[in-house]
Design a protein around this ligand. Structure first.
Ligand code: GYE
Length: 328
């Protein structure tokens, strides 16, 4: 995949750009009159489907304010057609730069070409597109979702290293066709696929929401009497599934081990409480880096083709230690 080929890891940029943002950046930030240099950014957000997304929206809005960037923001309610409409409207409004988090990976070439023809640069944030023409956007800022899936798989392999019995896994996938759902599935499969005792007995989308996570887990529990592990592509679906598991008279974290991705506050609380067993972190705090990149792109400066956010993992003990200091 092109993502891996063009990957250029800029380690530590998160910390650097937070610092740069705090001190106001040098030339474009600030409110010192001369309004002509204000950058206008059109941002098309995926939706408000999860705790992660809420934190991401706040990060983008706060960072725009701090960077002195005028932000036009729209919420696509998880629908690609709404995002395409929003991008077209930003083109019409002649914004200086467009940033968006594509709900699914495919189907963006036409609208991205329209932006390119209008000479409006585009930054992808959080999620990738699968377009072959990488000149359609300047950079992609976000997590390595395949690696997140691998981290989840590695924990599971370690957890069951002394067992020879089959391990029955159910998987709650993110939004169908989205980069995090595709990649988190692939990375996880890559690791557990090496040992035949790991069996994914059911796998379905829960659309990254709590309500759907509960609904799908209810159905999984009815059709699979012997579930050992739940792998949920985000905390929210895992939290919904916990309600279903408890409703079925089972103990989450014990009868069914649970791995999720994100590490938002509610997820970390459930981890500290012993209801989730392991969380792979995915940081939503992309705002400061995004504004930093936007300023550079508008000035015509070179930016890396890929900026990967730095992330970690948490077990139950680690969650207890960091819970009170989590920002989201
Ligand atoms: O993991 C999930 C959200 O694209 C990384 O989207 C993001 C994912 C995140 O709804 O909670």
């Amino acid at each position: 995949m092109f993502k891996r080929i063009s990957a250029l890891v800029v380690a530590g940029l998160a910390a650097m750009s937070v610092a740069a943002c705090g001190s106001g950046g040098s030339t474009t930030a600030g409110t010192s009159g001369g309004g002509d240099s204000t950058i206008t950014m059109g941002f098309s957000q995926v939706g408000a489907e999860s705790g992660w997304r809420t934190a991401n929206t706040k990060s983008v809005q706060d960072a725009a304010k701090n960077a002195g960037i005028e932000l036009k923001f729209s919420d696509a309610q998880q629908k690609q057609e709404n995002q395409i409409k929003a991008i077209r409207s930003y083109i019409q409004q002649k914004v200086d730069i467009i940033a968006f988090s594509p709900v699914v990976e495919s189907g963006w070439d036409t609208v991205l070409k329209e932006a390119q023809n209008a000479k409006i640069p585009v930054i992808l944030t959080d999620r990738a597109v699968d377009s072959k023409d990488t000149s359609l956007y300047k950079t992609f800022l976000g997590s390595d979702f395949v690696e997140e899936g691998r981290k989840a798989g590695k924990w599971l392999v370690e957890e069951y290293k002394d067992s020879t019995d089959p391990v029955n896994i159910v998987e709650l996938q993110g939004t169908t066709g989205s980069a995090p759902a595709n990649d988190r599935k692939a990375g996880f499969q890559e690791i557990i696929g090496a040992e035949s005792k790991f069996k994914i007995v059911a796998s379905q989308t829960g659309d990254f929401t709590r309500a759907k996570g509960k609904e799908v887990m209810d159905a999984f529990l009815k059709s699979n009497p012997d579930i050992d592990v739940l792998y949920a592509h985000n905390d929210d679906m895992g939290l919904g599934a916990i309600e279903a598991i408890e409703g079925a008279g089972k103990v989450p974290g014990k009868d069914i081990k649970i791995i999720t991705v994100d590490a938002v506050k509610d997820g970390m609380q459930a981890l500290a409480d012993g209801k989730i067993n392991y969380i792979v972190e995915c940081s939503p705090l992309l705002g400061p880096q995004l504004m930093d990149l936007a300023k550079k792109v508008v000035k015509g400066e070179q930016v890396p083709a890929r900026v990967v956010t730095e992330e970690t993992t948490f077990d139950q003990e680690q969650a207890k230690q960091v819970l009170s200091t989590r920002q989201y």
